[in-house]
Design a protein around this ligand. Structure first.
Ligand code: SAM
Length: 312
């Protein structure tokens, strides 16, 4: 079972977390993930971003009765929730409490050299967004945390209270594409210390004004901080370097991204893999959800799926 000790974690958590132990996350582009991954009986698959377990559950179903899934997440709450949801499939499922940035090391540790498919559905889940204690949401007040792994690294509060304003502005501009990054960074510095999501949102609103075209003014600032806190682009680059080399012939890597910088990284990495004749890109253009899927699941709005196959 990898490094996970569900029992120990369960015992140390508060009741409020236990109440939230059923996932509300709805998997994005589920049909397309299964079509590109093409799971088969007896295959071995990696879900690099387990979350609420929606993609894992579908892969297990499509690869029944003997297909197996190694499921990663940096968030132990996600692993705990999914381990309960998928308890009946425990024999075909292994959880890895760690980052997909260390894909190769974790597969080695599990004695798995190559697999038949790898899916990474980037970003955060509805479960994380909807939990005020995690500090991802500007609509719920909570401590400004934003770490996927609550035991690891600096929080968003550490960044907003410690970074010099020019570095804070660069971060908001680069990861959030926030055009007013300099003014927002200056205001944050004036209002330090900032400890809660509500205080941060108020600082942003004091610069940008209230809601613009249905989008909360704090959206870009929160997104940028989350990407920085979790070093998401660096983790993605490391994953993209390792994943193609872990495929068996016929195996596929499928990545769903929600941010232009992520999609660009996936596109370039797949293109350079395909310079090797053993690999081919399956998606000349990214696959995006149709209007019906977006109406049904607004989280899918900015999703872009790309897939790579190892042909020989
Ligand atoms: C969009 S959700 C995945 C949802 C999932 N596909 C489902 O169907 O429920 C993304 C998940 O990836 C996890 N995550 C983000 N970065 C990670 C990383 N570097 N390594 C492992 N998990 C990561 C987050 O904690 C979150 O639970």
């Amino acid at each position: 079972m990898g490094k996970l000790a569900v029992g120990a974690w369960f015992a140390s958590e508060s009741e409020s977390v236990m109440e939230r132990d059923v996932s509300t996350h709805r998997p994005v582009l589920l049909g397309e993930v299964i079509r590109f991954l093409n799971p088969r009986d007896g295959g071995i698959y990696v879900d690099a971003t387990l979350g609420g377990g929606g993609h894992t559950e579908a892969i297990l179903r499509a690869s029944a009765p003997n297909g197996r899934v190694l499921a990663f997440d940096r968030d132990r709450a996600a692993i705990y929730r999914s381990s309960k949801k998928l308890a009946e499939e425990a024999g075909r499922l292994r959880f890895i409490s760690g980052s997909f940035a260390e894909l190769g090391a974790h597969l080695d540790e599990h004695g798995t050299k190559e697999v038949d498919g790898i899916i990474a559905d980037l970003g955060l889940s509805s479960d994380q967004l909807g939990d005020p204690d995690r500090g991802f949401s500007f609509t719920l007040d909570g401590a400004l945390d934003m770490r996927f792994d609550s035991d690891d690294g600096l929080t968003a509060a550490d960044l907003v209270n410690q970074l010099p304003d020019d570095q804070l502005a660069d971060l908001l501009y680069e990861y959030g594409e926030e055009r007013r990054s300099r003014a927002i960074a200056r205001r944050i510095v004036q209002r330090r210390p900032i400890h809660t999501t509500k205080q941060l949102r108020a600082a942003v609103v004091s610069v940008l004004g209230p809601r613009r075209r249905g989008i909360d003014p704090a959206t870009r600032t929160f997104q940028a901080l989350r990407i920085a806190v979790n070093q998401e682009l660096a983790a993605l680059d490391l994953f993209l370097e390792q994943a193609p080399g872990r495929l068996r012939p016929g195996g596929r890597v499928v990545v769903i991204s929600y941010h232009s910088l992520e999609d660009r990284a996936v596109k370039h990495a797949f293109r350079s893999s395909a310079a090797d004749i053993r690999y081919d890109v399956l998606t000349r253009k990214p696959v995006v959800p149709d209007a019906e899927a977006i109406a049904d699941n607004p989280r899918a709005r900015s999703a872009k799926l790309r897939a790579l196959v190892r042909v020989s």
